[in-house]
Write a protein that binds this ligand. Structure first.
Ligand SMILES: Nc1ncnc2c1ncn2[C@@H]1O[C@H](COP(=O)(O)OP(=O)(O)OP(=O)(O)O)[C@@H](O)[C@H]1O
Length: 895
């Protein structure tokens, strides 16, 4: 989603102007044209009827008009549609989405797109090289230091559609950001060219394109042809081995680059190969916008409907690493065995549990799970299982029995160490009363203001009458088996609990809204994902992973998940609202699009801490970039968007090394031996081993950290080429070079170089993961345990220019809110009106069975209160005066 929005003012003198353009100027012809292009990026069920008469929302009409929207009728009938028919609908979609005969989903989507002549399809977002339009606007004037955002309450339509469209337009077609920093050396290629926003949906894994016409159908033949042309002998063991990998990702086998790097133009015609010095053959990528727009359609449809991962490729044979000639420094053979700590003993000091859940793994629940006692036994056992048997709806006594809404006074779960086994497995003789007792000793559940309940021996046999306050929160049977069950209880909210404030972002399968919880007035970011779209695009596993990571995580630099739930048509992730938005935007507010080394150290250290935590849990993030780093209102970072992440199978317990003073945790061991072969990431951030298709490990996250630090310091990424192929070639071959900028210290350059080591087995982080990185001299003065106490360099502030609620009359407020509601399109209405499907109602064969409906067990959360003073419409970033005045960062960092 990262590429659709919030691109600011690259063509205009300042962002403020830009915003006014977006808000007030009627759409021009070109905007409409662009909105048409944008509309093609959306698939049918995300479109809405062109019923609006609002002249300002012409783009919305273009954007959403779709007379054939069959989803509408689904929605209309949703009330009467029986559950079984719904299951069968989903099931059939699921099957059609996965089977080789998925023609119906595939074709319907494809044909709808093909009917739009000249359109770019939604796949455009995946395949279009960033640089293909990069030269459209060579110069960009300096930007204003404020980030404007529109106020939906004043012009709701415009905000939701036009601003968004405008941003997308910039994202895809806008000018590159030009750096005006005089300190940058003219000798550096692309100096002065800032990075445009990365594609909203990063490069995704894809399967072969059997259903497509043209060369893709002939790919296996071509593969053989080209591999021989690359000089591999027929008895080359690599080629034998390559067959295995080829079957999982034939694009790599075909010609060295995944098809995502190619336009359909190239696929539909004879590939034009050009050799490079490394012997890798890349197809030349057309760089004209016209080519990109007109020729990506088939591939786009194809890939979107055929995204299917072959993750969990645990061990690659050495031969598998050599699909292509590998740059001299690469010695990937060592990678899976080079950990000095591999196989070493467990740390006695780490009490955190490391969930071994692997999303999608078909571990079935114990057969006796229906039995109460066995449940609890199962509860213990299932700490390591991924999929529980769900209660059949028939076995339920009705929802009321499953979901009593007892409000439990709870301590903020987020402050608890995630893995402490606080939800104590109750004794085998447990009953419901025993569970209550166990709850009383569960420190997760106790009110900080109250003492722990005395043990049973001080009480009569029967619990006291008011004991309900201390009841263990209700959890569905399925939820109890999850690794994060100690944090969550049955869902306490539903779509109707929230009111949309404005749209924050949009991806190919969902939207993220700023919402207000009606009951508490708290604001959240609500990510709403369309089930149909996920099924069509095989993204089910991704959202399950995302939920898993968000729910499992409990870290100050990872966005907090408060609720997740599903309805008939949507999945919902209700997260902490990060008021500062994307770090990318904050960077853009700097005149030079970059920040000083001290500030970069601040963000890099927080990112490192977040990555360390993820790696400890066995997760590989895989999509680090400024767009996915959100800024909390405090100015600290929050990692978000985990849909490209993956969890290592059989993640291991970390090993602690060092003295008490300098404890180092070996995070590498947590996912040691795990390699995965998906082609995921974002073009300019992608690691060499991912391009090679040899499989990758958690080391990719350290590579992306190197790119991030570089971009923070210089305003552009180090390997960007004029097109995707060139970027990939640069990544594989070029050493990182630095602008002639004396302000960057040698240790900083050394850090970047070490993180950007192409050979992953020599890269910083290859031995002990995060511990290696933290030990680097660049971070020497960082006090890792006090990161949260650092003064952030930039603080997001709500703007004071007239968007305050206080300045709106209460009448107007009501009216605005009413207007806002009226303008909600049908789809959004549905999003906020559908009924929650509770865990126990979702049948086992439902593709979304594993998506839990649950609420975080905390009532005293830190989310902001809506409407106190501001509509949250406009955010600016101010340099943190505390930090600069008192030099607190200097005093903070160790001397
Ligand atoms: N917790 C949050 N607080 C504030 N803004 C958010 C939050 N979560 C998401 N957003 C905004 O919504 C945008 C889209 O979010 P996100 O990237 O998670 O969605 P997505 O559908 O997964 O996108 P993608 O297609 O890139 O995977 C973000 O770039 C950000 O601007």
């Amino acid at each position: 989603m990262a590429g659709h929005h919030h691109e600011h003012g690259h063509e205009h003198g300042c962002e403020q102007e830009h915003e006014h353009d977006s808000l007030q100027r009627p759409p021009t012809g070109s905007e409409r044209t662009r909105s048409i292009s944008f509309s093609k990026l959306l698939t049918r069920s995300w479109k809405r009827n062109a019923s609006s008469s609002n002249s300002m929302s012409v783009s919305s009409v273009n954007l959403y008009s779709d007379p054939d929207n069959s989803k509408e009728s689904d929605h209309n009938n949703s009330g009467s549609e029986g559950q079984s028919s719904r299951f069968s609908k989903l099931k059939s979609m699921f099957q059609s989405g996965n089977s080789s005969k998925n023609a119906s989903a595939h074709n319907s989507s494809q044909s709808s797109l093909e009917n739009d002549s000249g359109s770019s399809s939604s796949k455009l977002r995946y395949v279009k090289p960033l640089a293909s339009v990069a030269n459209a606007h060579p110069v960009s004037p300096p930007l204003s230091p404020t980030i404007p955002e529109t106020d939906v309450l004043q012009t709701p339509k415009m905000v939701h559609i036009d601003q968004h469209e405008h941003e997308r337009e910039h994202s895809h077609c806008g000018s590159p950001i030009m750096l005006s920093s005089p300190s940058l050396s003219p000798t550096v290629v692309r100096t002065g060219t800032g990075r445009r926003r990365s594609p909203s949906t990063p490069i995704m894994p894809s399967q072969n394109s059997k259903n497509n016409s043209g060369s893709s159908a002939a790919r296996p033949t071509n593969y053989r042809h080209h591999s021989s042309s690359q000089g591999f002998s027929s008895n080359n063991p690599f080629r034998e081995k390559a067959g295995t990998v080829r079957s999982s990702n034939p694009y790599f086998a075909y010609q060295g680059l995944p098809t995502h790097a190619l336009s359909s133009h190239e696929l539909d015609e004879e590939p034009q190969l050009y050799p490079n010095v490394s012997g890798i053959h890349f197809l030349s990528t057309p760089t004209s916008k016209a080519n990109s727009l007109t020729n990506t359609r088939n591939l786009s449809n194809l890939s979107l409907n055929e995204i299917k991962e072959n993750e969990e490729v645990q061990q690659f044979n050495n031969e598998d690493f050599f699909f292509h000639d590998i740059p001299k420094d690469a010695s990937l053979k060592e990678t899976s065995n080079d950990s000095p700590s591999r196989g070493t003993s467990k740390s006695p000091t780490i009490t955190q549990s490391f969930p071994s859940i692997v999303v999608g793994l078909d571990n079935e629940y114990d057969e006796d799970s229906d039995n109460d006692n066995d449940n609890e036994k199962g509860e213990r056992q299932m700490q390591i299982k991924s999929k529980s048997r769900n209660l059949s709806p028939i076995k339920q006594n009705g929802k009321s029995s499953t979901h009593p809404r007892t409000k439990v006074p709870l301590r903020r779960a987020a402050s608890e160490p995630n893995g402490l086994q606080l939800v104590s497995p109750t004794s085998p003789t447990s009953s419901s009363s025993a569970r209550k007792t166990s709850a009383s000793t569960n420190i997760n559940n106790k009110n900080p203001g109250q003492s722990v309940l005395p043990s049973n021996s001080f009480f009569p046999q029967e619990p006291p009458p008011k004991i309900s306050d201390f009841q263990e929160p209700r959890r569905s049977r399925r939820l109890r088996t999850k690794s994060f069950s100690n944090k969550f209880q049955d869902i306490m909210v539903g779509p109707q609990s929230f009111e949309k404030v404005r749209l924050l972002g949009q991806g190919d399968v969902g939207k993220v809204f700023l919402v207000r919880e009606k009951k508490t007035n708290r604001v959240y970011a609500l990510k709403v994902l369309s089930k149909d779209e996920m099924i069509k695009r095989n993204k089910i596993k991704r959202v399950l992973t995302e939920q898993e990571i968000l729910a499992t995580s409990n870290h100050p630099f990872i966005v907090t998940l408060y609720h997740s739930f599903q309805s008939e048509d949507y999945l919902y992730l209700c997260m902490e609202y990060c008021m500062g938005g994307e770090f990318f935007r904050a960077l853009q507010t700097r005149k030079t699009k970059c920040i000083c080394e001290d500030d970069a150290r601040f963000y890099a250290s927080e990112v490192t801490a977040a990555l360390e935590y993820l790696h400890l849990l066995g997760f590989i993030y895989r999509d680090l970039k400024p767009e996915n780093i959100l800024l909390h209102q405090s100015g600290h970072i929050m990692l978000s968007d985990f849909d490209l992440s993956i969890q290592a199978k059989d993640s291991k317990v970390p090993v602690v090394k060092g003295s008490a003073q300098s404890t180092l945790v070996d995070t590498k061991i947590c996912s040691d031996g795990f390699r995965t072969n998906s082609f995921v990431g974002t073009e300019e951030y992608i690691a060499p081993e991912v391009i090679r298709g040899n499989g990758h490990t958690a080391a990719v996250d350290w590579w992306t950290l190197g790119i991030l630090v570089y971009e923070m310091l210089f305003g552009f990424t180090p390997f960007k080429g004029d097109n995707t192929n060139e970027t990939f070639t640069n990544i594989l071959k070029n050493e990182v070079s630095f602008p002639n900028n004396n302000e960057i210290s040698r240790t900083c350059k050394d850090l970047i170089r070490k993180l950007l080591t192409k050979n992953e087995s020599k890269r910083l982080g290859c031995k002990m993961g995060a511990a290696d990185v933290k030990k680097h001299p660049f971070f020497k003065k960082v006090q890792w345990s006090l990161l949260r106490n650092q003064e952030p360099p930039l603080i997001p502030v709500l703007s004071e220019d007239g968007y305050d609620f206080a300045k709106l009359s209460s009448n107007k407020k009501r009216q605005t809110s009413q207007d806002n509601h009226n303008h909600l399109d049908e789809q959004e209405k549905n999003m906020f009106e559908e009924r929650v499907e509770y865990d126990d109602e979702v049948s086992e064969d439902d593709p979304f069975h594993d998506f839990n409906s649950m609420s975080l067990m905390e009532q005293d959360n830190n989310s902001m209160i809506y409407g106190n003073t501001n509509s949250y419409g406009k955010i600016a970033y101010t340099p943190n005066s505390n930090r600069s005045r008192s030099n607190s960062h200097r005093t903070f960092f160790k001397r």
